[in-house]
Design a protein around this ligand. Structure first.
Ligand code: NAD
Length: 363
């Protein structure tokens, strides 16, 4: 199969959908890999590294779309690419179609085979191509929280780990899933006093088993939140209710009781956020202040650490990409329910219920 790696064109997106190491694996499987010029530069992978791995560098996205049997992106195709997608071509990337009717209709019209990273699902219900980005965002949340506690950044000048003779800072993590667990681990590693809240008692039991002694897993409730938010130096929003907007668990009234110069990091902002005062921000202008509390609400946090994010994402996507290339999409989907669940649009038909329902289209 001919596999095409496109350069990301969405603003602030420096990731790439395959590393040179991944290209080498594809080539060993007997496939041809085309890489758009400078596709990996933002993540620190130069064209020469791809050439050494056996890939061919191609000047334009049009050439990739014209020659490849499968094209890979990180983010969804943008309008300039809609007309380039060919009938029967596999498009393998994050698509998030339920939020984008124009793209959905363009992919239906293209008659391509559109497989979304985010709907590939393991038998246990986990989403293996979303997990690595949640791991990155969770870990980064504490790095950002610690930074914005510094006085020059608008914070109240607390070092999360404290020092001998001085109390550490207090971190409250709301949601004990992938983002929350990774955030709590980082905060614990710095030596902060960490509370992690969830609604799921089994999850709390698991966290209690695996987390260090400076982490306190607690049942989430408005009363607990009211109390902890007042004490916190950093609060991380990491809640997810599948298929729904994030619940606004921390109200403006609660935020008014927080210490001046404390920091909210709303990782769940991509689902609407879990603080009443949140609105999405960008890496160029990541924070704003409400009631003297610094808010960090960047919707694509992994984009800031493109190298780590690319490596983490491609560790997860490569096995699926190799299977699709080795077997072709029909056999790959017959053999693997995980991959079949990734199918969103095939040959002009919507094949994912949530996408069809979002736009009242046939399924
Ligand atoms: P997850 O499903 O692994 O975890 C969510 C957790 O929230 C679950 O354990 C669930 O029990 C818990 N929860 C649900 N309702 C709750 C409540 N009322 N109180 C406390 N806990 C509650 O999800 P995840 O992968 O950790 O993702 C969390 C959020 O982070 C999602 O909205 C995801 O889209 C977002 N995210 C954002 C970025 C970014 O760049 N901003 C990157 C990755 C993920």
């Amino acid at each position: 199969m001919i596999v095409g790696i496109l350069k990301e064109i969405k603003s602030e997106e420096n990731r790439v959908s395959m590393t040179p190491a991944g290209a080498e694996v594809m080539v060993h499987h007997g496939h041809t890999v085309l890489v758009e010029k400078n596709a990996g530069t933002g993540s620190g992978f130069l064209d020469e590294a791809y050439t050494r791995a056996g890939a061919e560098i191609v000047e334009t996205p049009a050439e990739i779309y014209a020659r490849a049997d499968m094209v890979m992106h990180v983010k969804e195709p943008l309008p300039s690419e809609y007309g380039l997608i060919r009938e029967g071509q596999i498009v393998f990337t994050y698509l998030h179609l339920a939020a984008d009717e124009k793209l959905t209709r363009a992919l239906v019209d293209s008659k391509a085979v559109c497989i979304a990273y985010e709907t590939i699902q393991k038998p246990d219900g986990s989403l293996p191509l979303l997990t690595p980005m949640s791991e990155v965002a969770g870990r980064m949340a504490i790095q950002q929280g610690a930074k914005y506690l510094e006085m020059t950044q608008g914070g109240h000048g607390v070092l999360l780990g404290g020092v001998p003779g001085v109390d550490p800072g207090t971190v409250v993590v709301i949601g004990g899933g992938v983002v929350g667990t990774n955030a709590a681990k980082m905060a614990c590693g710095l030596g902060a006093k960490v509370y992690i809240l969830d609604m799921n008692l089994d999850r709390l039991r698991h966290l209690s088993d695996i987390m260090p002694a400076n982490c306190f897993p607690l049942m989430s409730s408005p009363a607990t939140l009211r109390k902890l938010v007042r004490e916190a130096d950093v609060v991380v929003g990491a809640v997810l209710v599948a298929g729904a907007k994030a619940p606004r668990l921390v109200t403006r009234e609660m935020i008014k009781t927080m210490k001046r110069g404390s920091v909210l990091v709303d990782v769940a902002i991509d689902q609407g956020g879990c603080f009443e005062t949140s609105h999405p921000t960008t890496h160029k202008d990541p924070t704003f202040v409400v009631d003297d509390v610094v808010h960090y609400c960047v919707a694509n946090m992994p984009g800031a650490v493109a190298k780590t994010s690319t490596l983490a994402l491609t560790n997860a996507t490569l096995p699926y990409a190799v299977t699709l290339a080795d077997k072709g999409w029909k056999k790959a989907m017959q053999d693997s329910r995980e991959i079949a669940l990734g199918a969103n649009v095939i040959d002009g038909e919507i094949t994912y219920k949530g996408v069809a329902e979002a736009f009242d289209m046939p399924y």
